[in-house]
Design a binder for this molecule. Structure first.
Ligand code: GDP
Length: 536
């Protein structure tokens, strides 16, 4: 018996014909006079079966008339399909295919019942100038509040650790510094609830202290100040308070809102007090989560572990994570096969604010990626694959951060209410003048907000802040640090260079009013050398 399917032709009887000339395929009769409803994006294959037109005809048409080289499984967007429909004389109506991602959004938007909400521990990041004692403070707190009470006293570095004080917990992120903090924000996540700004009492406020503070402010994260190295004879906490008060961090005892704690990583002075203060901030913030809900949170770091596969250390922001849960994490998916806490103990579940390392995922997610637990593995896998595909396709498109050129359109569309700027200049004098002049350009519709201003070259940290906060960088008489130009291009961040202050205010004003002339770019297409000049 012959197998079912197309008529069997033995190979010796198969004739190789020259490809037939493609006749403009008429739509199948059943389509005449009736509208086809198409969901886009659609693959050539699916389109072919929907329209009743051979895929090869579609491919030829695309190539010959629209100069698009397509394959069977290529997905076509609405514009292309509309052209094709026109070619084939078909009346088409379009419907956007609902992407699994959108369904996910709906699913995740369901709020927890207030009755289920309980307080969760605050998640804290240390920031500040280099050598002011961030790492030492992290270590000192870990040693006093974790290791002491544990058998063996070994803690695992999993990107975060939890300490206990008087029966309540505080969680510290292990990578101190505002760069890591903002890099995470640039990926759309914020794990930190409270930032501790570490300032050495002998050194006082330094450029990176200010930078760190501006990063925390841009993220809207409350700041507690640790005046560290208080054990040093040269320590001058009063000066630190005065310097920070000028930057808007006014100590409570002076009528302000900011908590200041004097600490020493060396003598351990003030550590308990710092923890108490952080718990107080958490109370003010009313940090709540629903331990009964499905887990969601942020990836702190991830790597390939020999024997365990892809291991991600995550911090749970809401819900409880269980062994066996299906995870979706950026473009990665996987079941939680093993889970360890920050003390290296295997655990079967982890609640809000807990850091754990989980394995095994399909690919390595990036730090700052959000993760969710979904109902079943199939969906997690489906969405992860969809995201991979989406990313490949979007790779061709540019990211659309705000720029002076697109500012007006974004304002009109109601997408921008604040023009965020990062200013870098060669001297302090110009910075002050610039800040004032630019802020005065604010109108009722758009407020000009200076996220950060500093002296010196434009750095990677500036670009990451701009990326995370959708800001434009303006440089006045400054250069770019190495690698910054490429990073900015990759992230779609605009950097503008100026040599005249008036030009900056003129351009920003024009951009806000939609009157900015398109930027003229010189493109060198060739060079000539003049060898001789003749007089004619
Ligand atoms: P980071 O760059 O902010 O992480 O700073 P580190 O934690 O690496 O500290 C820089 C230096 O300051 C190290 O040599 C520490 O031993 C020292 N240090 C940190 N905290 C204290 C402190 O409270 N008192 C004293 N005297 N030295 C400290």
């Amino acid at each position: 018996r012959r197998p079912a399917g197309p008529a069997f032709v033995p190979h010796w009887r198969r004739v190789r014909r020259a490809p037939k000339e493609v006749a403009p395929a008429a739509p199948k009769v059943f389509l005449k006079g009736q509208k086809v409803i198409l969901e886009t994006p659609i693959t050539v294959k699916d389109l072919s079966s929907k329209l009743g037109i051979k895929a090869s005809n579609i491919i030829t048409k695309l190539l010959m008339e629209h100069n698009i080289g397509a394959t069977m499984n290529q997905s076509l967007d609405e514009e292309t399909v509309a052209l094709l429909a026109l070619d084939f004389g078909i009346e088409a109506e379009f419907k956007k295919a609902k992407r699994p991602e959108e369904e996910l959004k709906v699913e995740l938007a369901v709020p927890s019942r207030t009755a289920d909400l309980v307080s969760r521990p605050p998640i804290v990041t240390f920031m500040g100038h280099v050598d002011h004692g961030k790492t030492s403070l992290l270590d000192a707190i870990r040693k006093t509040n974790v290791a002491g009470g544990e058998v063996g006293g070994i803690t695992q570095h999993i990107g975060a650790y939890r300490v206990e004080t008087n029966g309540r917990s505080v969680v510290f992120l292990d990578t101190p510094g505002h760069e890591a903090f903002t890099a995470m924000r640039a990926r759309g996540s914020q794990a930190t609830d409270v930032a501790v700004l570490v300032v050495a009492a002998d050194d006082g406020v330094m450029p990176q202290t200010e930078e760190a503070l501006n990063h925390a402010k841009a993220a809207g994260v409350p700041v507690v100040v640790a005046i560290n190295k208080i054990d040093k004879p040269e320590a001058n906490p009063m000066r630190v308070k005065q310097q920070l008060a000028k930057l808007g961090l006014v100590p409570e005892e002076w009528g302000g809102k900011t908590g200041f704690v004097e600490t020493s990583a060396t003598t351990k002075k003030g550590l308990e007090e710092l923890l108490e203060r952080l718990l107080l901030e958490a109370e003010i913030l009313e940090l709540k989560a629903n331990p009964k809900g499905t887990a969601r949170g942020v990836v702190l770091e991830a790597r390939l572990h020999e024997g365990r596969g892809v291991v991600a250390t995550v911090i749970i922001q809401d819900g409880t994570l269980h062994l066996g849960d299906p995870l979706l994490c950026g473009q990665a998916s996987g079941r939680v096969r093993a889970m360890y806490n920050d003390r290296g103990q295997a655990v079967t579940e982890a609640g809000p604010s807990y850091p754990v390392s989980v394995s095994d995922l399909s690919t390595i997610p990036e730090a700052g990626e959000k993760f969710y637990v979904l109902k079943d593995m199939q969906r997690a896998k489906g969405i992860a694959l969809d995201r991979q595909k989406q990313l490949r396709e979007a790779g061709l498109k540019e990211r659309s951060h705000v720029s002076l050129e697109n500012l007006y359109t974004k304002i009109e569309a109601g997408k921008v209410k604040e023009l965020k700027l990062i200013l870098k200049a060669d001297v302090k004098g110009s910075l002050e003048v610039l800040e004032n002049m630019l802020e005065e350009l604010s109108t009722g519709e758009v407020k000009v907000r200076i996220l950060h201003s500093g002296i010196g070259s434009i750095t990677e940290s500036d670009v990451i802040l701009a990326d995370a906060s959708d800001a434009i960088i303006i440089g006045f008489y400054v250069a770019l640090e190495e690698g910054v130009s490429g990073l900015a291009e990759g992230r779609g961040v605009e950097i503008r260079h100026y040599q005249v202050i008036y030009d900056i205010t003129r351009d920003v004003k024009a951009a806000m009013e939609g009157l900015l002339e398109p930027e003229k770019k010189e493109v060198v297409t060739g060079q000539v050398e003049i060898k001789q000049v003749f007089k004619i």
